[in-house]
Design a protein around this ligand. Structure first.
Ligand SMILES: C=C(C(=O)O)c1ccccc1
Length: 362
């Protein structure tokens, strides 16, 4: 029977195992939101993952919501990411870039000319974001005009092309965790009365137009997406998540993208936050299903045996265990991350976690 530690074919890629490094925001981009040498070292250290999905990376300044997160919309940013993909590929690893637009989860100090963050509707989230070296309430958003949406689709398309130019093996569209595309999909925060709101199909429209544009630009085999059907992250909610996301996944399957990456529960929180049949998504999607959220070796092994997912994404465990795959395989103990150095800072708590062998003096 299948194990987590056997090779897996993802489109035209052969992954060395079924363990995925989930996207982790670390707020360590340099000036002009360019990833620096430390970032190349950090991802290189974790290249034994079957697939790395990078931290969320904004497709435009409008799409940025936190300080010191990296971008993929300038030549300098592409060159910075090239060092990262080289470091991972030198170690035989594979890496996708997560394309991000935060929508309403932003602050005027991050926006061009202090502009209001954009959203499907002018409803402010009751949350804070990390800006000006502190946590401050997100700013009042404005509703996007219909004629602005093609520009956002094009920003995703160009960012996908930039990611391939930077050497990434593919991209993951960020459709989860209460950011722009998820805001549009959720009737708790999208109250539009035009073609992008008011029905299951209309609310899915922007996410699906972005996905189709990325597929057209770089191919379905290099395009994945992350969704979080029942997560309340960043203040989103749905009146019928099952119907909304059954429809979305049916349409994603028709687009032929290589994987769907599903946050099964509250992001970074309880898996049973709300009743939801994830098997319904698994059955509707012919290609690869990546399960995420709170997995450990035992749960992943049992879900694999039950055919509930093909790959398993681990986030927080990868922070302090660069060699997580080897530790899971050998049963070595896992190190815990220092919570005070997860977001922001330099090497401490980023590149200075040792592999188990090094730590135990083997
Ligand atoms: C990009 C994030 C996500 O998808 O939740 C994120 C952003 C800031 C802190 C933690 C996570």
């Amino acid at each position: 029977n299948k194990t987590l530690f056997e090779p897996y074919t993802l489109g035209s890629l052969t992954l060395s195992n079924r363990i995925v490094m989930a996207p982790l925001t670390r707020n360590r981009a340099g000036p002009d939101f360019v990833p620096g040498d430390l970032t190349a070292e950090y991802y290189g250290q974790r290249a034994s993952a079957g697939l790395i999905i990078s931290e969320a990376t904004q497709i435009s300044q409008q799409g940025q919501g936190y300080q010191d997160t990296p971008g993929i919309y300038t030549q300098a940013q592409i060159e910075g990411w090239r060092k990262v993909t080289n470091a991972v590929h030198e170690k035989g690893g594979r890496i996708f870039l997560q394309l991000w637009h935060v929508g309403r989860v932003s602050h005027v100090d991050l926006q061009e000319n202090g502009a209001a963050p954009v959203a499907p509707s002018a409803i402010r989230a009751e949350i804070k974001t990390f800006v000006n070296n502190g946590f401050f309430a997100v700013s009042e958003p404005r509703a996007l005009e219909l004629d602005e949406l093609p520009g956002i689709v094009d920003d995703f398309r160009k960012a996908a092309a930039n990611a391939i130019a930077a050497g990434f093996d593919g991209v993951e569209i960020h459709g989860a965790n209460g950011y722009l595309l998820d805001q549009f999909a959720r009737d708790g925060v999208n109250v539009r009365t035009d073609g992008y709101g008011g029905s299951i199909e209309n609310r899915a429209r922007l996410m699906l137009e972005v996905t189709a544009a990325v597929v057209e630009e770089i191919g379905a085999e290099r395009t994945g997406i992350r969704i979080s059907p029942v997560s309340p992250a960043n203040g989103v909610s749905s009146s019928d998540a099952q119907a909304q996301f059954d429809y979305i996944v049916d349409q994603l399957d028709a687009l032929g993208i290589v994987y769907v990456h599903v946050v099964e529960g509250a992001t970074g929180g309880p898996r049973d936050v709300a009743p939801f049949d994830f098997g319904s998504l698994r059955r509707r999607f012919k290609n690869t299903y990546i399960g995420n959220n709170g997995y450990d070796l035992e749960l992943a092994t049992s879900h694999l045996a039950e055919g509930k997912a093909d790959l398993f994404a681990f986030g927080r465990p990868f922070i302090a265990n660069p060699d997580l795959v080897e530790r899971l395989q050998t049963g070595a103990p896992l190190a815990q991350a220092n919570p005070s150095t997860i977001y922001g800072g330099t090497a401490a708590g980023y590149t200075d976690y040792p592999a188990f062998a090094a730590a135990s003096g083997h």
